[in-house]
Design a protein around this ligand. Structure first.
Ligand code: ZN
Length: 286
């Protein structure tokens, strides 16, 4: 595992393409395939954005590195940086994270400094690993996540969970769907995203507020895509509602329409039901 420094102006391209640029090819040890590369916001950008405690939101999974001999790759991907790099790093995936900062984690040493691809001690890697949301990456089956998505809000708290889910969404919105392995291989949804949202809402129906847990001792909810994936809807938090089985069925049966402006479902008979949680300003809607 390494710590990279990245400016906010560069990071979208790193997230979208799972790429990074380096002046030197790291040695002792060399980069290993499958190794997480933490994209850490530069301290200047972190201060400017009020993210000093949330400098890391994404990791690239290292796959291979190549020389940028004629500087064309650097210029093509980061045309506004006014500089080029010797080496280009390619990742197999971009993994969203629960936002964190290395200097808030009680690690064995400080990983501050300007140098890039700073190696992270294995002792510290074990403290960092739980923050990486492997199951919300676009290739979730390749890795095992330490924290179960259905307990993510109970583990990290609701606000960090929402931030982690929104990091997933940022990757999904930046990456064209045609490039997604889900679409290519026929997987149209990531069940772990739904599980994370159910955890965030504590399995409460967003339409009626129903919660099975107090009465039945068991949490239970469904997730519903507002715009179906088959109709071009995206598998992101803003397109998913967590609902009780009754509302899941009736929304399907009546083909209720969702009014995004008012955050309410409209049923064909004229009934309108406003999302009970989102009307109070909560929710994963952006
Ligand atoms: Zn309901």
């Amino acid at each position: 595992m390494r710590r990279l420094n990245v400016r906010e102006a560069q990071i979208d391209e790193c997230i979208r393409e799972s790429m990074f640029a380096l002046s030197d090819n790291p040695r002792n040890p060399a980069l290993q395939p499958g190794e997480p590369l933490l994209l850490q916001l530069t301290i200047t950008d972190a201060r400017r954005l009020g993210k000093v405690d949330q400098r890391i939101n994404f990791a690239l999974i290292f796959e291979w590195i190549e020389r940028d001999y004629d500087e064309s790759i650097s210029r093509r991907h980061w045309p506004n940086e006014g500089r080029v790099w010797n080496w280009i790093v390619y990742g197999s995936a971009t993994v969203p994270a629960i936002p964190f900062s290395l200097d808030r984690l009680d690690l064995s040493t400080t990983y501050s400094g300007q140098n890039n691809a700073r190696y992270i001690d294995p002792v510290d890697q074990t403290k960092i690993q739980p923050y990486l949301l492997w199951s919300l990456a676009q290739q979730p089956d390749r890795y095992s996540q330490i924290v179960n998505p259905s307990e993510i809000a109970q583990t990290f708290g609701r606000e960090p969970t929402l931030e982690g889910v929104l990091n997933h969404d940022r990757i999904a919105l930046l990456s064209p769907p045609s490039k997604s392995r889900y679409v290519r291989e026929g997987f149209d949804r990531n069940q772990w995203l739904a599980e994370s949202l159910k955890s965030y809402y504590s399995d409460r129906c967003q339409v009626c507020g129903n919660d099975f847990e107090p009465q039945y001792g068991e949490s239970f909810s469904e997730s519903h895509h507002i715009q179906y994936l088959s109709s071009g809807g995206q598998d992101i938090s803003g397109n998913i509602v967590v609902v009780c089985p009754n509302h899941d069925r009736i929304i399907h049966a009546t083909h209720a329409e969702f009014d995004r402006g008012k955050l309410e479902y409209r049923y064909p008979n004229g009934l309108r039901i406003t999302d009970s949680s989102r009307s109070s300003g909560e929710g994963a809607w952006v």
